[in-house]
Design a protein around this ligand. Structure first.
Ligand code: EMZ
Length: 387
């Protein structure tokens, strides 16, 4: 089997029943597996709320390690929209030419350095620094801050072998508190300062609300971006011809990125809490219970996608839900898309081929499902293009 393959563990149950209930810290979750059900449920925020106890819609639940409500992620409409409109234009900055230029320089520089090495561990030496450095653009903070963020590792709430790591989470909270205090005392033009000065429903955004946006910004786009970047490199290692095709047809890049996000589905699923007794897939779902929208399964739904288990670089109709769906579609998606587009462009221009030396897969366990989401480690050798 190709080393970069990401199998679909949901296929059988998606066809059979459309759902599966799994345990999560004694707070079960019914995972919805079909594209149609996932989208319908995502729309229906009145019965399937995101505004539960902070941390409960995340699987694994973060209720024991987090009190701060992530904003706008853990708020329902109409308040969700009011929060989102404060931050939307900031998170669209990656569409600006200067932003893309700065990002391209960062990514090009990393690749230039990596192609000189005999071996690169992509997760920690490539994807994590890339994600953290790119985040300095999104926050508009000094580049040096990325060193601190890199030291936190690939996930701010989890460590290898530990699903929830409260000590680690506290490092992030303390850091954000300090930065917000600094911004209150000495505002500048970074995201902390912008949030603190924002107006919300006729008042200023509180420090706790600003913190909610920042925790989401740090946590939500971290392992997801790292997995997307790492999986893309593994894919090109197995498919040198795709790298070549992108070099010759760079106009394919946007479609190719969407297709990779569909296939990789860097975030397996996201939960909702049921507000009243209802039904999912002709199955009773009680008020107060949890369901999850399984993006990874929906993205392989054979009733929607032809050849769902293949990366079809020029797939044209691609209603994937890799960035979520409906009101809560990913706030960081513009930034993530730019990272991926520039990565593909720079890789295709600098790299001839990639050899995988060794790897350790990152397998998530959800009840009986085992899902590969990426790698804990993957050592590769980048072979430069030699003219
Ligand atoms: C939450 C989540 C957001 C959660 C879009 O996903 O990402 C997870 O990685 C975090 O642990 O807190 O931010």
């Amino acid at each position: 089997m190709e080393k970069s393959k990401i199998p679909d563990p949901f296929a059988e149950l998606r066809l059979k029943s459309g759902f599966e209930t799994i345990d999560d810290q004694n707070d079960p979750v019914t995972m919805l597996l079909r594209h149609k059900d996932v989208r319908k449920t995502a729309h229906n925020y009145k019965i399937f709320t995101s505004e539960a106890v902070p941390g409960r819609i995340v699987v694994p639940s973060e209720v024991n390690i987090r009190d701060t409500r992530q904003i706008p992620f853990e708020v329902d409409p109409p308040k969700h929209g009011a929060y989102r409109s404060i931050v939307e234009s900031w998170f669209k900055r990656p569409l600006q030419a200067e932003y893309q230029q700065a990002l391209a320089e960062m990514i090009s520089w990393i690749i230039e350095e990596m192609i000189t090495r005999d071996s690169v561990e992509v997760v920690n030496e490539f994807a994590l620094p890339l994600q953290s450095r790119a985040l300095t653009l999104l926050l508009n903070t000094p580049f040096e801050e990325s060193e601190t963020w890199i030291s936190w590792g690939t996930h701010v709430f989890r460590s290898e072998g530990e699903a929830l790591d409260a000590d680690k989470a506290n490092i992030l909270y303390d850091y954000i508190d300090r930065e917000l205090d600094r911004a209150i005392a000495n505002p500048n033009d970074d995201l902390y300062s912008v949030l603190i000065q924002s107006d919300f429903e006729g008042r200023k955004l509180s420090k706790e609300e600003a913190k909610g946006v920042l925790v989401l910004t740090f946590a939500g786009g971290r392992d997801t971006v790292i997995n997307a970047v790492t999986n893309a490199i593994a894919y090109f290692a197995d498919h040198q011809e795709s790298l070549e095709r992108i070099r010759k047809e760079p106009e394919l890049i946007n479609n190719a990125v969407e297709e990779m996000i569909r296939y990789f589905s860097p975030l397996t699923h996201m939960g909702r809490v049921v507000t009243e007794d209802t039904q999912v897939c002709e199955h009773a779902a009680k008020a107060e219970s949890r369901v999850s929208l399984c993006w990874a399964s929906a993205n392989r739904d054979e009733s929607v996608f032809e050849n769902p288990d293949e990366i079809v670089l020029d797939r044209k109709i691609n209603p994937h839900v890799g960035f979520g769906f409906s009101h809560h579609n990913c706030l960081g998606a513009t930034h993530a898309r730019q990272i991926m587009r520039i990565l593909l462009k720079e890789l295709s221009e600098q790299v001839q081929s990639i050899d995988i030396l060794d790897l350790k897969e990152n397998i998530e366990h959800w009840g009986n499902f085992q899902r590969k989401v990426g790698y804990h480690k993957i050592n590769v050798k980048f072979n430069p293009i030699t003219q």
